[in-house]
Design a protein around this ligand. Structure first.
Ligand code: SF4
Length: 794
């Protein structure tokens, strides 16, 4: 469909649109017009990605027509499948624009970047199992030192021919215009003998849409390298951003263990040896480095631009720009002095002796000084220096930031460990530090997800002002999901995962009965979430003793998520197979786990989700305590507010898995008496909260089952989406005119009027030649509208 959004020609690749999609694109446009940031919470399964891409592509086209510079889209998603999905959606959109409306998007390029592990086509390197090994082998075959060696003696070293072939091509056209999924670009690389990874990286500056993971913008060690060519006007989108504060914090936190420190100490020795060898062979290289360092970290070069593309591994963590202009302190300029300093620092970390004297200033420069040394010594297999690089980054962060970080020494590596293995945590407490460069650098940043409530938390925690802050409700023809709050078992004993009662046999039994009853009543898939692995383990073993698992097994097969990703994938695969077989299955998983964060349980794969307890974080953790203190003192966010916000966003993520579109249906069961409290429910996304009936907020198991059965019977009836929840062009035009889109339409007179409206768009020549038939089709006139099926693709 095609219509005007303000004065912009907007094309949406389906014949119909959800009202919330219309509201979403309108708000997004408002925010882009204002060059501001926004936080948009869109219900699950209502086509957020397609709305976002359609709006931004239309916006870019409009800006071009107005003669303004293009605003690139940098779209960040969390996982590779999500990146592929977004690229496929973009591809479909561009094909639709071209095929249906004859729009010439000319030199439009849409690409996605993933790691070398996913993009490498080198026959032996791609066989490596670990991403780090692929990176290391690739770097050894592509760095400038290797190239110089090869030029001196081609037999001495192997270069990657796919990388070399790139240099033979026109650097502005390494891949053709269009949209390329990761698979497409790999295929293209294989056909043309070029490296897909470097082809994509070099084409960044020509791309209109770039899709990659959060890490490329938030991890300061790679953000500068990957995003240096993006202009301020670029539009940055963080999709599925409900956890963005944690991603920011993780990207600046470093853990050091004893084996790492031992490894770092060995690396220092190796460096010292190499320096001695180089001194004996060619002292001038080290002298050159010394002279360069006197002029500043980048040897007098402006910024980072002249760094070769392979050096992201040794890139430094966040350093304020003024520091980069300073001269390296005299006592670490000489290579041997620097390694001696590093050795002393590693020793200090190992033993934490008070008497060790370490100055702050050289510490600050450690990470950058190390990358300079690695370059000077022309080292290969630099992945072997990973531990030392971590120590150097640790040193730099400790010395650079006075606030927002905390050093914690834990005697045990994990909560369950019994053998002491001390871990040094450098914990970043302030999520805004990692994302600050993004807000400084780009004028429009979009934070979007299905679960962002309460919305004002994100601008507070990430320190930015939002132009638009919106949460959309879900318009439904029929109430296709039913949220229920179960507070008691059928025996009237209250249920809760609160610490004091969570292991009470009556509570455990009531949780078990709830699961048994749902497995009995619900056809197909039932997914249950627990607050943690530990709790799930204890409850499952208690259920086993109580005979509850056997009861469940009479109705459904049981699968369990574990911390092991491979085991969980196998369990998921078998769970789906059991659902497809018709018998149905039950999956036991945990909030914050892999299943809760990216797996959809649409249609028969999930007809009921049960959230056992509230997924609060473990509050005795020293890291969490430090963060809570920091949030309270710096942002005035009270501990309880943050903990409840965090628990509810994860609970909403879990229950949201059950509904992946308006043609889908499912039950959302919140099993904990605390969910009945208003302060908890207020923190659920509006689109879920809106459908919680007061009468469903304090149920016993038997009553909840009775409600659920009634709901499932209702859902089994055939239905058609009405114009309340699915708009055609008429409803959209009504909305724009300020009329009620839900009224009945007499479309006969309106075709001409709409033709007039569309003619006002400054269309390109191709569109002016469009036939009447195509126009009628494009405008989605009434004949089609009556017969149009629901938009299943959403
Ligand atoms: S240059 Fe490309 S193809 Fe060659 S090893 Fe590296 S990632 Fe693989």
């Amino acid at each position: 469909m095609r219509f005007l959004l303000d004065d912009m020609d907007f094309i949406f690749p389906y014949d119909k649109m959800y009202p919330e999609q219309y509201a979403y694109v309108s708000d997004l446009k408002r925010s882009l017009d204002a060059h501001g940031h926004c936080v948009l919470e869109m219900p699950s399964g209502t086509g957020k990605t397609v709305s976002l891409l359609s709006l931004i592509v239309a916006y870019q086209y409009h800006e071009r027509k107005m003669g303004r510079p293009e605003r690139k889209l940098i779209y960040c998603s969390r996982t590779v499948p999500e990146i592929e999905k977004a690229l496929a959606e973009l591809k479909r959109l561009m094909a639709y624009r071209r095929d249906v409306y004859n729009i010439d998007d000319g030199d439009f390029l849409g690409i996605g970047l993933s790691s070398r592990k996913n993009l490498c086509i080198h026959p032996s390197v791609r066989q490596e199992k670990k991403g780090k090994a692929v990176d290391a082998r690739c770097r050894d075959m592509t760095n400038s030192v290797a190239k110089a060696k090869w030029e001196a003696d081609p037999e001495s070293i192997e270069l990657c021919s796919f990388h070399e072939n790139l240099n033979e091509l026109d650097q502005d056209h390494l891949v053709p215009y269009g949209v390329h999924t990761i698979d497409d670009v790999k295929r293209y690389g294989e056909e043309h003998g070029i490296c897909p990874y470097f082809a994509i990286r070099r084409m960044f500056m020509h791309a209109s849409v770039i899709i990659y993971s959060f890490h490329y913008l938030l991890d300061p060690k790679v953000a500068e390298q990957v995003s240096k060519h993006m202009s301020k006007d670029s539009i940055v989108v963080f999709d599925e951003a409900h956890n963005i504060d944690n991603v920011c914090i993780e990207s600046l936190s470093i853990d050091l263990t004893r084996p790492m420190l031992d490894n770092a100490a060995r690396s220092v020795e190796k460096l010292t040896q190499t320096i001695e060898e180089m001194k004996a062979k060619d002292a001038s290289t080290l002298e050159d480095e010394y002279r360069r360092l006197v002029e500043g970290l980048h040897g007098g070069q402006e910024g980072n631009d002249d760094r070769p593309e392979d050096e992201d591994f040794m890139a430094n963590p966040v350093l304020p720009s003024e520091l980069l202009q300073e001269a390296i302190p005299g006592n670490i300029r000489r290579a041997e002095h620097f390694t001696a300093f590093l050795a002393r620092f590693v020793e200090y970390l190992k033993h934490l002796k008070d008497i060790t004297f370490i100055e702050r200033k050289p510490l600050k420069f450690c990470a950058e000084r190390l990358s300079s040394l690695v370059r000077t010594l022309q080292l290969t297999r630099i992945d072997e220096y990973a531990a030392l690089q971590k120590v150097a980054a640790f040193a730099t962060l400790v010395a650079t930031y006075h606030e927002g970080f905390r050093l914690l020494l834990e005697p045990f590596e994990t909560d369950n460990a019994t053998v002491p293995n001390p871990v040094f945590h450098l914990v970043c407490l302030d999520a805004s530090l990692a994302i600050a460069p993004v807000f400084e650098r780009f004028s429009s940043v979009v934070i979007t997800s299905g679960t962002l409530s309460p919305l004002d938390m994100y601008p507070k925690m990430l320190r930015f002002d939002a132009t638009v802050l919106e949460s959309y409700v879900m318009t439904l023809t029929r109430d296709c999901f039913l949220p229920l709050v179960v507070t008691r078992g059928s025996d009237q004993v209250e249920i809760s995962s609160r610490f004091e009662v969570r292991n009470d046999p009556a509570v455990v039994r009531n949780f078990g009965t709830l699961l048994v009853e749902y497995c009995k009543a619900v056809p197909d898939g039932v997914v249950a979430f627990f607050p943690s692995y530990l709790y799930m383990e204890s409850i499952v073993s208690a259920w086993n003793e109580m005979g509850i698992l056997n009861e469940v097994l009479k109705h459904k097969l049981i699968f369990i998520e574990t911390p092991d990703a491979i085991e969980t994938s196998v369990a998921l695969e078998n769970y789906r197979r059991a659902c497809d077989n018709g018998r149905g299955a039950c999956l036991l998983s945990v909030a914050r786990g892999k299943v809760s964060e990216g797996i959809d349980f649409d249609h028969n794969y999930g007809r009921a989700v049960i959230m056992f307890g509230i997924p609060y974080q473990y509050t005795e953790s020293r890291i969490l305590k430090a963060r809570l203190e920091y949030l309270r003192d710096t942002y005035r966010i009270r501990e309880n507010d943050f903990l409840t916000f965090d628990a509810m966003r994860h609970a909403a993520q879990c229950v949201g898995r059950v509904l992946r579109g308006k043609t889908d249906y499912g039950l959302m069961v919140f099993a904990d008496k605390r969910f009945a409290k208003q302060d908890k429910r207020n923190k659920l996304p509006k689109w879920i909260g809106q459908y919680i009936k007061e009468s469903d907020t304090n149920l016993a198991t038997d009553v909840a089952i009775a409600h659920s059965k009634r709901f499932l019977r209702m859902m089994a009836q055939p239905f058609e989406q009405s114009s309340k929840s699915l708009w055609g062009i008429d409803e959209i035009l009504d909305k724009q005119r300020g009329l009620d889109p839900d009224r009945s339409h007499d479309h006969g007179d309106e075709v001409e009027e709409r033709r007039g409206q569309l003619a006002e768009i400054e269309m390109d020549d191709a569109f002016n030649e469009i036939s009447d038939e195509a126009l009628m089709q494009a405008m989605n006139v009434d004949v089609e509208m009556q017969a149009a099926p629901p938009v299943a693709a959403h």
